[in-house]
Structures are given as C-alpha cells and as structure tokens.
Design a protein around this ligand. Structure first.
Ligand code: AMP
Ligand code: MN
Ligand code: MN
Ligand code: MN
Length: 278
C-alpha cells in the first residue's frame, strides 16, 4: 500500500483540479489517498469519484487553519462528511474571514503603491471561497512586483512582513472539537514545520492537541525534514498518537515530494488509516 493523506487541489491553493490531482497520485502508484484542501471540502466529491474510477482507496479530508501559542497551526480532519450542512457552514465562516483579510491586505498593498492585489488574487483563486496568500504571491509574481514566488512571502506576506494580516482562525481546540463532533479524526499536520522559538514548545502543542481530543500526528510529511520524521515517530509512540503520512503537495512551484513520494511510515507506529479499516 502506498499512502498519501495530505495534498492540495486548486479548490484551495494547489495547481491541479481534483481530477488531475488524483490521476497524478494514481500515476505515482498511490493506493490510499486523501484530498486535504485548506478550509474547504469543495473538491472532495470529485476527488472521491475519480479515485473510485481508478481503484484508489479514498478518505475525505480537509486542512483547517487554526491557531495556538500565537502561531498558525494546521489541523487535518479525516473522515468528515463534506455534504453535511453543519460541515460546510463551518468553512463558509472561515471563507468570510479569508475574504476580509484579503481586503485588508489590499489596503496595505495600496499604501505601498501596489494596486489591484485583491481583484488579481481573487481572479487567480477562481473567485472561489478560499482566498489564500498563495494567490497574492502568484499575482505579485505575475505583475512583476517580486522576482519569484518565495520572494513574495519574504518581502510582503510572511508573518512580520509589511502586508501580513492576521486572521482570527479557530483555535486548535475549536478545530479539533468541530472535527470530532462531525464524526472525523483530527491529525496534527506537519508538526516539524512550526519553528517555535524553543524546542519544548512543539511538545507542549502535542500535549495540548492530545488533551483536546487530537488522535494522530503526521509523522512523515513532505513539508518537514527527515530528522523531524524520526523525532515525531518517537513522540507518536511515547505519547500514544496514531501516525499519518502525506506529501503536502501543491504544485511544481516547490521542490516538495509529489503525491506518494514522501517517506512512508516507519515500523513501530500505528497508522491512522487502521481506524478507517485499511
Ligand atoms: P493562507 O492559508 O492563506 O495564510 O496561505 C498559506 C499558504 O501559503 C500555505 O498553505 C502555503 O501553501 C503558502 N505559504 C505560507 N508561508 C509560506 C512561505 N514562507 N513560503 C512559501 N509559501 C508559503
Ligand atoms: Mn497551502
Ligand atoms: Mn499546512
Ligand atoms: Mn497542506
């Protein structure tokens, strides 16, 4: 079994439509996958249909932007029913907050003499519900305001940069509670990527995540280092978390592993997909 439980389509900030993404995963040999777009499950229906056509096992997913300890923390929800109205309502509310942030960022760009950022980013987002910093970065690049995609984050968008605007994301506790109430399972995404000022902070985050009902962590992620994978495999075992593995692939803009190319789980951890009967 080749597993990838974390990837993005163009329903959030990935490059490929759900169909093409699942086809890519299939070409790469993935046999069990989840689509985990940021704060939306709009692509899940299409992805599931294509996965079925191609004989890939599929678990519904989403990556919920959350906050804890003054940081943006990502919580993956697996197994949610994307057709439930009380599920879509949660994401509609986050979409409004994203839109509000987009307008505030636009005001900031205008002060710097950069006009049309909001309209431009929205057009790249396909006028859909998830307006991401990725769309602003791509627009800045297309318009020649930055020399490459990464430069957009470094110059304008990363926390602390001039046009970084905070969003009132749900807390980690709220996201986990939402996932559990709707019958899903909460996975802490890429625990190695939060770059806390002290090392012990991430263990505090894991303890908090566990205390509020989180059940799994990404032990292997395309968006963290191989030494992180080793560290979090040990923590999953000692703290009693189920383990997940995902590429976190968005597009060829970054050199991250493509779907299915991230490391698979090491021996000794309990795979999260056992809870879904795989
Ligand atoms: P948002 O959820 O709208 O705040 O956008 C965050 C997205 O931007 C992430 O999911 C990444 O895909 C991308 N991103 C965030 N920080 C960086 C960074 N420093 N460099 C490149 N991409 C980033
Ligand atoms: Mn992203
Ligand atoms: Mn993430
Ligand atoms: Mn992701």
């Amino acid at each position: 079994m080749l597993v990838d439980l974390h990837m993005h389509s163009n329903r959030s900030d990935g490059a490929l439509p759900p169909r093409a993404l699942v086809e890519l995963a299939h070409r790469n040999g993935v046999t069990l996958m989840s689509l985990t777009d940021h704060d939306t499950m709009e692509g899940v229906g299409e992805a599931r249909t294509v996965a079925r056509e191609l004989g890939i096992e599929f678990i519904s997913g989403v990556e919920i932007s959350s906050r804890w300890g003054g940081r943006g923390i990502h919580v993956v929800g697996l197994g949610l029913d994307e057709t439930r109205e009380d599920v879509t309502a949660f994401f509609d509310s986050v979409a409004l907050r994203r839109d509000r942030r987009g307008r505030e960022m636009n005001a900031c760009f205008e002060k710097l003499g950069i006009r049309g950022a909001y309209e431009g980013a929205l057009a790249l987002a396909g006028n859909k519900s998830i307006l991401s910093r990725t769309h602003f970065a791509l627009w800045l690049l297309n318009e020649g305001w930055v020399k490459n995609y990464q430069d957009a984050f470094d110059k304008y968008l990363r926390p602390g940069a001039p046009c970084s605007v905070d969003v009132d994301w749900p807390t980690v506790e709220e996201s986990v509670r939402f996932i559990r109430e709707k019958g899903g399972l909460a996975v802490l995404a890429h625990p190695g990527r939060y770059h806390f000022s002290s090392d012990w902070m991430v263990e505090e985050l894991l303890k908090h995540f566990k205390a509020v009902g989180g059940e799994a962590i990404e032990v292997c992620s395309g968006s963290q280092s191989r030494s992180d994978d080793v560290r979090f495999a040990a923590l999953a075992q000692s703290m009693g978390f189920l383990a997940s593995s995902g590429s976190d692939w968005h597009s060829d803009r970054s050199s991250r592993p493509k779907p299915g190319e991230q490391p698979q789980l090491p021996e000794g951890v309990v795979p999260v997909w056992t809870r879904f009967g795989f």
